[in-house]
Write a new protein. Structure first.
Length: 426
């Protein structure tokens, strides 16, 4: 079985959980004897070591006249889109109108035309999404595949176009929806692309039952068309917790994620203020970046907790590992979290966790401490209890680690293979 897979991120191209999940999924599929060709917008400037075939869309010669392609991209109903976009970023704070750029960035040689891509999430993102969709139809002539698999809205136009040209079945994988990113203040253009992808797919894969319910209720997709495949985590630690020394005697409570509405950083900072009124030997760390960062810094100053609340900015690689290993408690107060891999990662370093009820990962981690994201008093009480009670902290870690042992990318890959088979041989 051969899969043509479209994704905007793959290590080392990682902005959030999307790239990490795509890597785990492809690894799990390979372990189940499924061959994968993974299409990124571009591989420029990066060395990629991967067991799967990685292809840049900017390596694919276009089939057809470039003027015809220009007309075709216009047909996709290009409209202005509020704010610069990213696959998981909030759309609440609009700083500018992002206009669709109708000029394809084309490199020509005597025979072929090839589109240029940055692979970024900048001002030309929508243009790149639609251009990426045009590349999908050319891939039919260059790649052998049995099924198409597209990850998140950025790649749905490419997945649908490839299905239309090839007649092969399409799976769309929903890692987050516009309702997760923006609440009820959704970007209609992104919503329409998501709905378009789901309606044209043969199967929709959701990362949790929480996400499945959103797809049913907000996108009108038949529940029988939606399959749930939970994410997993790479259980190999890069180094052991006890090899990392803590420079402070204080307890450390960690928030690690995008500083956006979806992740609930404002609830974290309000709970931190309540905790600091009860105990002194604790520091709160907000690791990440995002559009709410200026507001969070202002709120921290207003609460006068600057000596106990710290911002690291965006972390990657070994710095993320060190941050987990130095922490005594991890808090994920997400407003809407389709899944959430970070609690898994914290547990690998024996760090107890508190997660919001509004998260897919709560479907698996039954022994985690769970709280409504908006209940900052209860969140603060849980933080205090865990920091003061080492036995409780260890019990949470022990029980949750037993649960994650049952969650593997190999199993996710097997589940996806069965979904592929269900549409291939229907």
């Amino acid at each position: 079985m051969k899969v043509l897979m479209f994704g905007w991120e793959f290590p080392p191209f990682i902005s959030g959980g999307l790239g990490t999940a795509c890597y785990g999924i492809t690894k799990g599929l390979l372990e189940n004897d499924v061959k994968v060709t993974f299409v990124l917008p571009t591989k420029k400037g990066k060395e990629i070591t991967s067991p799967v075939k990685i292809l840049g869309a900017d390596e694919v010669p276009l089939i057809g006249d470039i003027n015809e392609l220009m007309n075709r991209i216009d047909i996709i109903n290009a409209v202005s889109v509020p704010s610069s976009l990213s696959p998981y970023a909030t759309a609440v704070h609009y700083s500018e109108q992002l206009k669709f750029n109708h000029s394809l960035k084309v490199r020509k040689d005597p025979i072929n035309s090839i589109l240029d891509f940055t692979g970024d999430y900048g001002d030309d993102l929508l243009t790149e999404v639609m251009s990426y969709g045009l590349v999908g139809e050319s891939l039919y002539f260059y790649e052998e595949f049995d099924i198409i698999h597209a990850h998140d809205w950025l790649t749905y136009p490419a997945g649908v176009r490839t299905k239309q040209i090839s007649g092969k079945p399409l799976i769309v994988h929903v890692h987050a929806t516009e309702f997760d990113r923006s609440g009820n203040n959704i970007n209609e253009r992104v919503y329409n692309i998501e709905k378009y992808g789901m309606e044209n797919a043969d199967k929709v894969v959701a990362v949790s039952y929480y996400t499945k319910n959103i797809i049913i209720n907000h996108y009108g997709i038949d529940q029988d068309k939606i399959e749930v495949v939970h994410n997993a985590v790479n259980k190999k630690k890069q180094f052991e917790r006890y090899n990392i020394g803590k420079n402070l005697d204080d307890k450390i409570v960690l928030f690690l994620g995008r500083v956006t509405m979806q992740k609930g950083p404002d609830y974290f900072i309000e709970a931190a203020n309540l905790v600091l009124k009860e105990i002194e030997n604790v520091r709160f760390i907000m690791a990440g970046s995002g559009d709410l960062m200026p507001e969070m810094i202002s709120r921290m100053a207003e609460l006068k907790i600057a000596d106990r609340f710290h911002f690291t900015g965006f972390l990657r690689g070994l710095d993320v590992e060190r941050m987990y290993a130095m922490s005594d408690l991890y808090v994920m107060p997400s407003v809407s979290e389709p899944f959430g891999i970070t609690p898994f990662e914290a547990l690998l370093y024996d760090v107890p966790i508190i997660i919001s009820k509004q998260s897919g990962v709560s479907e698996i981690l039954k022994h985690a401490v769970v709280v409504d994201f908006w209940d900052i008093q209860k969140l603060a009480n849980y933080i205090i209890s865990i920091l003061k009670n080492e036995d409780l902290a260890q019990e949470i870690v022990r029980n949750c680690k037993e649960e994650i042992q049952q969650v593997e990318w190999h199993s996710a890959g097997n589940r996806l293979k069965n979904i592929y088979s269900s549409v291939l041989y229907y």
